[in-house]
Write a protein that binds this ligand. Sequence first.
Ligand code: IPD
Ligand code: CA
Length: 254
Amino acid sequence: MDRYDLARAVARDAGKLAHRAFGTSATKMKGRHDVVTEMDREVERFIRAAICARYPGDAIIGEEEGGGAGDRLWLIDPIDGTANYARGLPRYCVSVGYLERGVPLVGAIYDPSHDWLYAAARGEGAWRDGERLSVSPSAEIDAAVVECGWSTRRPTAAYVDLLARVMEAGAAIRRAGSGALGLADVAAGKVEAYVELHINAWDCAAGIVLVREAGGFTNDFFAGDGLRAGNPLLATNAALCAKLAAVSGIPITS
Ligand code: IPD
Ligand code: CA
């Protein structure tokens, strides 16, 4: 089993495990509006064990247990959209990304609520199960939907300012609570863009591969300290890159 096969298999199996406790797993608060469930930890252990069994020399960084970087690196988010998951709201996923020497090569995102597996490998296109994905071709900001991710890691005023700028530019906004699924929606052409002032690498590694393989663009998220400390993220189609870079202040080139 190569790493692309492994990413797809483990994301699906981990999602099925998570779904057994959908809306019922015991919760704790890691911080303000930052919830973790018992299942986040169990699913991360499950994914780590599967990767270690097949590729024991690979490095793993996960949302719940951390870890160190390496040339062959997995970035895993056992449950992305944990606040939705804990409340029984069906918008959450498992996200598994793989990088070699800092280059994102593979991404798999499994959405248990729909039984949808999103997957991409560099040069092989982006897929949801058997369907090839393409970003929206729309250049119309007045018809665009932009998901604006949010966490307490950035000040409220900065987020409100971003929302105002995106809306004043003409786009509609949404925030559905999973950065990984927000990127999958960009790859699938369901929304025109995803923007967040700060997101962590495990939330977006898989989604970045999906968006790029679906013909979209992202900023250089892994620049600087992005892998360890996170960075701003913008993902969109070629036609809206310049406009949304100006609006968000996040540089991106198509
Ligand atoms: C969060 C979600 C959210 C995004 C945050 C993430 P979590 O991850 O992806 O949509 O805006 O930046 O931290 O807490 O649900 O795993
Ligand atoms: Ca997450």
